[in-house]
Write a protein that binds this ligand. Structure first.
Ligand SMILES: [Zn+2]
Length: 127
């Protein structure tokens, strides 16, 4: 099966999640350049799958660096931005489902589990 390229994955992610930056909520397009980034970073074994990608503006993508998704989410909140917590939780779940289906990704699994546990704890505290 042919793997979709970066531009194609960006289109899929925008169609799935809408055209806003997951971290700051700004509408992407025009002067706010749209990028995709990996919730589980590649350096931590995250796969280049749409199930591991979210749309972010270039500023947020660059600002995050290799920080974990939940660390960066909480940094965005401290900065007074409006990160899409539900979207992050949803895409982490999508990735877990995709890994369960396809197997492999041994390096990404513990990272993903840790991120999902932190999201679950946040949910409990907010309720
Ligand atoms: Zn942003």
């Amino acid at each position: 099966m042919r793997r979709p390229g970066r531009a194609e994955r960006l289109d899929s992610v925008l169609a799935r999640d809408g055209d806003t930056c997951v971290w700051c909520g700004r509408t992407l397009g025009g002067r706010v350049a749209a990028t995709t980034e990996h919730l589980i970073p590649k350096v931590r074994g995250g796969p280049a799958w749409v199930e591991n990608e979210v749309a972010a503006c270039r500023r947020c993508n660059g600002g995050r660096g290799h920080r974990g998704a939940v660390d960066w989410l909480e940094e965005c909140e401290r900065r007074g931005w409006d990160p899409d917590v539900a979207r992050v939780a949803r895409v982490l779940d999508l990735l877990a489902d995709a890994i369960a289906d396809r197997g492999g990704q041994r390096r990404a699994r513990p990272q993903l589990d840790a991120q999902r546990r932190r999201m679950a704890r946040r949910g409990t505290e907010a309720a």
